[in-house]
Each structure stands twice: as structure tokens, then as C-alpha cells.
Design a protein around this ligand. Structure first.
Ligand code: PEP
Ligand code: MN
Length: 359
């Protein structure tokens, strides 16, 4: 797949790109007051608002529907913003196109369903409109890529992914866990696909948004989508996570925008020195791994000859406990070291299994 660069379809002076607007379009007045505040920031490239709101429980605010598309057209004319809305099925898509919406986005609850994504993609055949695809609710990278592919196969190359975090059953400080390794993996697989972070739906509350937004920029994401409402306490959906335009302005002023290192910087300055050191350390780690594998092979052969099972619970518990203690002593993250131990153990079992079944 080959994607069109973000700057081609959304020229914006602000880098990274900023998408802002309320969670839901509630009334012409709410949209106008919010748009006024956002206009004053001079950095919003795209005005967002949901007109069909997928809510978890019935009887919640489910959006104003087609009527709100007309209000958004007025916002576009009055303030000069390009407009983006969420579409979840073919009918939404047809209506959004009919009302001149500039950019579409597919929400997390829709990305999980290939039938819905396909019916949206079918409406878009032969249409030139940019589409942003949010990650599915659960951490399934292939499903996210599959949705992007379906839209791409309709001839749309103006595409972006939106990282909005992943559902997690249990207690976490986030509404949706960011699992940053997923957008990083997506970037590795599809390097020219723009990735926009949605700190609002990751955070679920105003306090966490700055931290998440900064982290997204530090990882080199191409833009931010942040919910903003002129009076969040009255919002009909996602009240706790929306920022007033003024607060959004304050946040933007505090964000540190880092750059990708240029060729010159990579070759000339300290960066190259640090990278060389890391290369050498990785080489040492791999050599140590090789030694570990050789010992494991001998152990596998020994266990086979003596009819001993591969998995020994006590030994595994001891490994986890001692490595955790060593990590603490060295000032390393225990969680990180435990994850590495899990991987080493998995590989160890695979190798011993191979040895036992040899011949
Ligand atoms: C939204 O952007 O308001 C929304 C419903 O988001 P998500 O699909 O990420 O839950
Ligand atoms: Mn929302």
C-alpha cells in the first residue's frame, strides 16, 4: 500500500496536525461557541464532531444525525474549518458525502466489524475523500490493518490511522490502555501511513491528556485529535475528557515538539556515538543469548535421556523471583525484566521440546 502524505490532503501550518472539536454535535449554538474558541487558537486543521454516537448503553445521547450535518456545513462556511465526522455504516457515509463533509473517520466500534467497514468502503469506491481509521477496541493489529486495507482497496490513498487506545478489563488509570507498542508496530509495517493519536479517548479524563499527548509526540506521531467543548460540564457525551478551547490552547503551548533526526545529525553529533554504543551492547546481548541457547540444548538432551519433564514449576518460580530481585538491585524495571524472562522461558521450552522429539 502507498499512502498520500498528510500534508497533501490536510495542508496545515501546524505540525503535528491538530484535529479538535466536541465529542458530539449537540446544537448549532454549542458548535458555534466551540468553533469560535478553536478558531482563536489558529492551529486547528480539522474540526471534529460526532453526529452518530455509538453509546455502550441505550437511552444515552446517540447524536443528532443528519440535522447536525447541516449545522456543520454552517460552521465550515462561517469559520473556514474543514470538517470530519464519524461514519459507522453505508447510510452514514452516503449522508456525510451528500452534506460535503471533508474527511471521514471510522470509529473503534466499527473497525472491529469487517462487514461494516466493507459497506463503508463500497460506498467510497470512486470517491475522493480522506479517511481516518481508529484502532479496533481490542488490541488486534491485523484487524486494524484489515480495515485500512478495505478502504484502500476502494481507491482511497488519503488515509490515516488514529490510535485511541484499547479496552482493558480491570482497573487502569486510562479509559483505554495506550499499548504504545501497537502504533509503533503499525508504523514499522506501514511506514508512510500517517498516525494520529487521540489522547482524549485514551485518557478518559482531562488530567491525563497532556501526558498522553506529549508521549504521542515523543514517539513521532503525525497529529493529535483532542475533544474540545466550550462548556464541558454540560456535554451530552464524554464530559469528563473534553477541554475548553482555552485549556486546549494552554496544553498546546506546553507541548514540546521534537523532530525526527536529519541525516546530518545522525552522522555528525553525539547521536551516532550513542547508537554505536547501543549496537555494541546489543551484540553482547545476542552473544549471551547464543550461549544460553547452547546450554538449554544440552539441558533438553539431558532431560530426554533421564525422562524428566520440560516444565518445572519450582524452577520457573525461582527464576522469576531471583531475576526480579536482581532487577531491583540494578535499578531496572522489574516488570520489564519479568517480560524478558517470560520470552526467554517460552523459547527455552520450545528448544527443549525440539530436542526431546528429535529423531
Ligand atoms: C469519538 O471519537 O467520539 C468516539 C466515539 O471514539 P472511539 O471510536 O475512539 O470510541
Ligand atoms: Mn467521544
Amino acid at each position: 500500500m502507498q499512502f498520500s502524505p498528510l500534508q497533501n490532503w490536510l495542508p496545515s501550518q501546524s505540525v503535528p496536525l491538530l484535529i479538535a472539536g466536541p465529542c458530539g454535535a449537540e446544537s448549532p449554538d454549542q458548535l458555534r461557541q466551540t468553533a469560535q474558541g478553536l478558531k482563536a487558537l489558529n492551529s486547528v486543521a480539522l474540526f471534529r464532531a460526532g453526529v452518530w454516537k455509538p453509546r455502550t448503553r441505550p437511552n444515552a445521547f446517540e447524536g443528532r444525525g443528519e440535522e447536525a450535518l447541516k449545522w456543520l456545513k454552517d460552521i465550515k462556511e462561517e469559520f473556514g474549518f474543514k470538517i470530519t465526522v464519524e461514519v459507522a455504516n453505508a447510510q452514514h457515509t452516503e449522508l456525510a458525502l451528500k452534506h460535503g463533509i471533508d474527511v471521514l473517520w471510522i470509529g473503534a466500534r466499527t473497525t472491529v466489524n469487517p462487514f461494516s467497514v466493507q459497506e463503508i468502503a463500497d460506498v467510497l469506491k470512486g470517491v475522493k475523500i480522506p479517511v481516518m481509521v481508529k484502532n479496533p477496541i481490542h488490541a488486534d493489529l491485523q484487524l486494524w490493518i484489515g480495515a485500512i486495507e478495505r478502504v484502500y482497496n476502494s481507491g482511497i490513498t488519503e488515509l490515516a490511522a488514529i490510535h485511541r487506545g484499547f479496552h482493558f478489563y480491570g482497573k487502569t488509570k486510562y479509559r483505554n490502555k495506550p499499548l504504545w507498542q501497537l502504533p509503533i508496530e503499525l508504523r514499522t509495517l506501514l511506514p508512510d501511513l500517517p498516525i494520529i493519536c487521540d489522547p482524549s479517548h485514551i485518557s478518559g479524563n482531562r488530567e491525563l491528556i497532556p501526558h498522553v499527548a506529549q508521549k504521542a509526540l515523543d514517539l513521532g506521531m503525525d497529529g493529535l485529535m483532542i475533544e474540545s467543548h466550550y462548556n464541558p460540564s454540560t456535554a451530552l457525551s464524554d464530559a469528563e475528557q473534553q477541554l475548553t478551547p482555552d485549556k486546549l490552547g494552554e496544553l498546546l503551548n506546553k507541548l514540546i515538539i521534537r523532530k525526527q533526526a536529519s541525516g546530518l545529525e545522525l552522522n555528525n553529533d553525539k547521536m551516532a556515538g550513542f547508537r554505536n554504543m547501543i549496537d555494541e551492547i546489543d551484540d553482547e546481548i545476542l552473544n549471551a543469548l547464543k550461549k544460553r541457547v547452547q546450554v538449554i540444548e544440552q539441558l533438553g538432551t539431558y532431560k530426554k535421556e533421564h525422562n524428566i519433564t520440560i516444565f518445572q514449576l519450582e524452577r520457573w518460580q525461582q527464576i522469576l523471583r531471583t531475576r526480579g530481585q536482581w532487577a531491583d538491585k540494578l535499578g531496572l524495571s522489574r516488570q520489564h525484566v519479568e517480560k524478558i524472562c517470560q520470552l526467554l522461558h517460552e523459547e527455552s521450552i520450545r528448544i527443549q521440546n525440539e530436542k526431546m522429539n528429535e529423531g
